[in-house]
Design a protein around this ligand. Structure first.
Ligand code: HEM
Ligand SMILES: *[C@@H]1O[C@H](CO)[C@@H](O)[C@H](O)[C@H]1NC(C)=O
Ligand SMILES: *[C@@H]1O[C@H](CO)[C@@H](O)[C@H](O)[C@H]1NC(C)=O
Length: 449
């Protein structure tokens, strides 16, 4: 029911894009956030029940997984079968860079992106569309921020994990990579390991899917996963740094499970089933130990990508109406909780926030950032995300609002202690990570890389 509301709204919004005039989730979206807030106590109790249930269910992990098997899409378009001939799976070789994004790792393992994991902005745009049907505006927003914060700006290229010197790449914390991820631990709680699949988190995710009548990794399952992960991080992570851009990414990553990893188009006959999700995530159940081993990500056999592009407006709308209300973690986005909150104001924030990420650019590149900011703004304009098209109100950003406030605070993106250094390298596969929840920012409970 929640899902159908979200989809109906989102489809309406998406088809109105790029005009966007009058688009506002003020009415329905805000009402929903408020109802959610009012129902918080009630919700907490329900979440408590869910948690208790999960405790039991994890014990019966094998049964859970069995209960999730066998659902297939009721409608798929043969043209959308992936991988296409010539894009066969190959496990990454030593030295190939892989990191926190399961989708980009999958694309590299199938040769849609360079197999060594050093990728350019243009390659990302093409590969995410071809492999998963990500809309150009959404891929541009992600790619622009990544280029500015995690990339070699001269080459407009970055590592999917980290560079050989552990510098930048998608593993870099709090630039695009964020806390409260669906199936990765927080940077500090994981002792710098924010990029390997966490066995205990995926066990929780499987248990939530198993007790959902749909048996799918749909919005309800992923919303509950978000609620539980957010509770955990708020309780245990003293360095939680939930600031606008990366936090927006971490919220919408939850909708990416149903919307991108489904077999076929989610909501139009597609299913977010265990077969698809576990394969693209690289989660392989060890039936003896009951833990998930992290193996190289791959497209499942007989898998069909979504048939229509999934773009920025729909992603933001669904993230902030379908996932975030399950546990509205405070975020310094000034419009949250006001009538001005909408996907449009978020996009305006993102657009206007480009300037405030300048100090986050990777070392050595500062002299180029003036040019690079112009490059970034032009990329956003190219896909219709400019202030005029968006109709950004001049006062959409409060005078004190910066996209990365307190970036030098302990735990912020410019103040990462070195103790985690050895855990920040690119992915190592065929191991199990995090059988237990890391409840303190310490390294001794994390096995050595
Ligand atoms: C367009 C360029 C992209 C960039 C730069 C990018 C980057 C990232 C980064 C930095 C993370 C870590 C976020 C976190 O800490 O929560 C991430 C996670 C994720 N990304 Fe991507 N991504 C891109 C495209 C995609 C696409 C096309 C998909 C889906 C088809 C996708 C699906 C996901 C999911 C589901 C996660 C969460 C993983 C988890 O913790 O379970 N991404 N991505
Ligand atoms: C996807 O759905 C199609 C059509 O029902 C089915 O043949 C195929 O086995 C499914 N694949 C996966 C990975 O679920
Ligand atoms: C970035 O690329 C340029 C041009 O290829 C190269 O000269 C420079 O060393 C690279 N910077 C880093 C930090 O790798």
């Amino acid at each position: 029911m929640k899902t159908s509301f979200v989809l109906a709204t989102a489809v309406g919004l998406a088809s109105a894009f790029p005009g966007m005039a009058g688009i506002n989730m003020k009415e329905e979206g805000m009402k929903m956030l408020k109802e959610r807030h009012d129902a918080e106590q009630q919700e907490k109790r329900q979440l408590g029940d869910v948690l208790d249930g999960v405790g039991d269910l994890v014990g019966g992990l094998l049964d859970d997984v069995k209960g999730l098997l066998g659902s297939v899409a009721s409608a798929v378009d043969p043209d959308n079968k992936r991988p296409e001939p010539g894009y066969e799976f190959q496990a990454p070789k030593k030295g190939d860079s892989r990191g926190p994004c399961p989708a980009l790792n999958t694309l590299a393992n199938h040769g849609y992106l360079p197999r060594d994991g050093y990728v350019s902005f243009d390659q990302i745009l093409e590969a995410t569309a071809r492999g998963f049907n990500m809309g150009a505006d959404l891929a541009t927003v992600l790619g622009v921020f990544t280029t500015l914060t995690d990339a070699n700006i001269t080459e407009q290229s970055w590592y999917l994990g980290s560079s050989p010197e552990h510098l930048g790449g998608l593993n870099r914390h709090d630039t695009v990579e964020a806390d409260i991820s669906p199936n990765r631990e927080d940077y500090y709680l994981g002792c710098g390991d924010n990029h390997h699949l966490s066995s205990r988190l995926f066990k929780q995710n499987v248990a939530l899917a198993a007790q959902n009548p749909s048996k799918e990794f749909d919005f309800e399952t992923m919303g509950n996963q978000f609620a539980m992960n957010a509770d955990f991080s708020l309780k245990n992570n003293p360095f939680i740094y939930y600031f606008p851009f990366p936090s927006i990414v971490s919220v919408v990553a939850y909708n990416f499970y149903p919307q991108f990893f489904s077999n076929g188009t989610f909501g139009a006959g597609g299913v977010a089933n265990y077969e698809s999700i576990s394969s693209i995530l690289g989660a392989k159940l060890n039936k003896k130990t009951g833990e998930f081993q992290y193996v190289p990500e791959r497209f499942p056999d007989n898998w069909y990508r979504r048939a229509t592009p999934y773009g920025a407006v729909q992603a933001l709308t669904e993230g902030f109406t379908g996932i975030y209300p399950y546990n509205p973690v405070p975020m310094p986005i000034p419009q949250i909780g006001t009538d001005n909150f909408s996907p449009q104001t978020l996009l305006c924030d993102i657009y206007n926030g480009i300037n405030s990420i300048t100090p986050l650019a990777l070392g050595g590149a500062l002299e180029q950032t003036g040019d690079t900011i112009s490059w970034a703004v032009q990329k956003l304009i190219d896909v219709g995300l400019d202030a005029t098209t968006l109709g950004c109100p001049k006062n959409s950003i409060s005078p004190n609002f910066k996209l990365y406030p307190n970036k030098k605070q302990k735990g912020g993106p410019l103040r990462l202690p070195r103790s985690q250094y050895r855990w920040t390298g690119s992915n190592k596969y065929n191991r199990v990570y995090f059988t237990e929840a890391p409840t303190q920012p310490m390294c001794k409970h994390v096995s050595k890389p």
